[in-house]
Design a protein around this ligand. Structure first.
Ligand code: NAI
Length: 274
């Protein structure tokens, strides 16, 4: 698909990988709608891109609310008259083992990380199909391919996102649609994800169940991500998938082995790998 002059919507576009996608799309000649819950950061991102002469708008959106995702679509059509590419990228995470995850934490994580992409697909797919071609990408994670310890709610959400996008791509092929789907499964990227709760209602966040395992894991993850890949490297990977109709986008393909080993062990002796 040729993207020059086309319209892209990116959620979670005020920071990290979403901002990198917005910059990459704008530099490729696309008009970009940046959506994020964090208004000040969103304004900063929009000012940066419009200051560089790009055609962009910002729409404050909470992706966990269907009516706000629908308003995002309305604002996109009002400003640019069409939409061709959607990136369901907004996401959050917390470290907690299953059994130490409060119901509030399950709901918060799944509402944003899984229902956000579902609302995005349901709302934008018919609008993109109207254009005769287009692309929907969602950001999952390596946690969508391998469910490690201390990240239960996040693993469940991200496995759901992988399943959502694979189902969508196969449904689109079945009806010979020219719209394509893809899924981004990043490894460690140096973003603000470890500070996800900055956008959370403090009344909701007090429902945490304290867990030493979860805290230790989060400290480990914080150190790992600080040494992770620059998010600027990820934008071009997503653009490449749009241009060349790739489904899987793995920022660290070598980490995919963990999922391969798990599948092999499943078939060989039905045990779960560590
Ligand atoms: P980030 O925290 O830098 O960016 C996430 C953006 O999403 C922020 O601007 C935040 O304000 C926004 N956001 C949060 N809740 C929202 C909501 N309800 N509605 C709209 N926007 C909301 O983090 P990062 O890493 O760039 O996150 C992007 C995606 O990448 C997420 O889906 C995350 O789960 C995923 N991911 C990140 C990895 C990493 O190592 N950083 C690894 C694997 C996946």
């Amino acid at each position: 698909m040729d993207v020059d002059g086309k319209v892209a919507v990116v959620t979670g576009a005020a920071s990290g990988m979403g901002l990198a996608m917005a910059r990459t799309f704008a530099n490729a000649g696309m008009k970009v709608v940046l959506a994020d819950i964090e208004e000040t950061a969103l304004d900063g991102a929009v000012n940066e891109l419009s200051g560089d002469g790009h055609s962009v708008i910002g729409v404050r959106t909470d992706v966990s609310k269907l009516d706000e995702v629908q308003s995002l679509a309305d604002a996109t059509l009002k400003e640019f008259g069409a939409v061709h590419v959607l990136c369901n990228n907004a996401g959050v995470g917390i470290g907690a083992p299953v059994g130490n995850t409060s119901i509030a934490d399950w709901k918060w994580t799944l509402d944003i990380d899984l229902w956000g992409p579902i609302y995005g697909v349901e709302t934008f797919l018919p609008l993109i199909e109207e254009q005769g071609e287009g692309h929907i990408n969602s950001t999952a994670s390596m946690a969508g391919l391998y469910a490690g310890a201390s990240l239960g709610a996040y693993n469940v959400a991200k496995h759901g996102v992988v399943a959502l996008m694979a189902s969508l791509e196969r449904d689109l092929r079945w009806r010979e649609s020219k719209v394509r789907a893809s899924v981004l499964c990043p490894g460690p990227i140096d973003t603000q994800i470890v500070d996800s709760e900055r956008n959370r209602d403090p009344n909701d966040a007090v429902n945490h169940i304290e867990s030493e395992q979860g805290q230790k894991f989060w400290e480990f993850l914080t150190r790992t991500l600080a040494n992770g890949m620059d998010p600027a490297e990820v934008g071009p990977m997503v653009l490449d998938a749009v241009l060349n109709e790739k489904f899987w986008i793995l920022t660290h393909p070598e980490m995919g082995e963990i999922a391969v080993n798990q599948s092999r062990a499943m078939l060989e002796d039905q045990r779960l790998t560590r």
